[in-house]
Design a protein around this ligand. Sequence first.
Ligand code: MEV
Length: 424
Amino acid sequence: MDSRIPRFYDKSLGKRRQIVADRCSISEDAYEALIDTDERDLGAVERLSENVIGAISFPLSVATNFRIDGDDRLIPMAIEESSVVAAASYGAKLARETGGFTTSTSGPYMIGQIQVRNLSDPHGATSRVFERAGEIRAKANDQGVLVSHGGGCEDVTARVVDTPNGEMAVVHLVVNVQNAMGANAVNTMAEAVAPMIEDVTGGETILSVLSNLADCRIARARCTIPPDVLRSEKRALSGEAVRDRIVDAWALAVGDPYRAATHNKGIFNGMDALAVATMNDWRAIEAGGHAFAARDDYGPLSTYEIDTEGNLVCSIEVPVQVGVVGGATRNHPVANASMEILDANSAEQLSGIFAAVGLAENIASMRALAAEGIQAGHMKLHAKNVAIEAGAPEELIDEIAAQMVADDDVRAARARELISELNR
Ligand code: MEV
């Protein structure tokens, strides 16, 4: 197979698909799968990326039960993993007992970085940046982005960073990006001020780009859960016992990065699904979240405590880099529909919703892990997938899945046995 295809990007989508099919000798089924992509979706996605040959669809679901800052909302979620949407809805139901989630945000501030090397006096250079911060800020705001919307560069800082290649200076532009995710605006500003930074510092700039450690763009959410709703009949655990097990399970994440990574993965199950549904950049959200979680020793993004009345107090603090204007959010018709369902009117409100969804997801995981274990819930949906893969006809899928779960025997071979038994 030769992967050199001159001007591949210039060809029509159909031609590109044909070339790939020929070069990779894909099966007829695979080719049909590429063709069967909804043509309406194709128009939207072709504008988003390069060398497009099709579109891959995720289930778009809606999580229920959310009350956030006093308003009920349905949360659009696009994710391939079973149980995530059910878990978010369950976590929101637990929080709803006491009025749902309360959120706050630090403001829509992103950081743009300019790297400067070849400095004989890095500390003197950073001092000069502070002295001329007003001029640098004005140059950044000269770019015609954000300022007309009430945003723009509001602060300029600099510091010396010790690197394997010696000391360098890093200049930060702190930019109010208003309702945008802000990557384009911040990158434009960072590149525009680079020549001036060279002038001021006497060094040479290399990279000019935003930082995804968006620690000036923090969203917080919290909720309180009375212990009785946490009880487990199945495991004969009282609400207080489950609550205490949740707090100890969280404590492990504080002490152990192996657990913290999984704890935070559960949080991003929810946040990523909302990001995909609204076509926000989930890689930025994840990069920022994990870097923020690692600012001391890597730890959990959420916290679990017990208040004086014995309730479980759940909270989360996480950078959320999302926008309600620009990017793919408003260009993709389905993302646009998700935004209409969500009804968030500012990036700050949207980031509070993201934090609440991450927390709801995490609460449900913690309740499941601390009480019945995670597989009990997963297995119900997994069993359906196993039944489908084993070839169960539509009308038998639920029955076969339920039987396998009841027998605690979820395997393709067992599903095939049940298919022939029930077909007899
Ligand atoms: C699975 O996708 C996510 C969980 O593992 C999260 C967690 O362990 O907290 C259930």
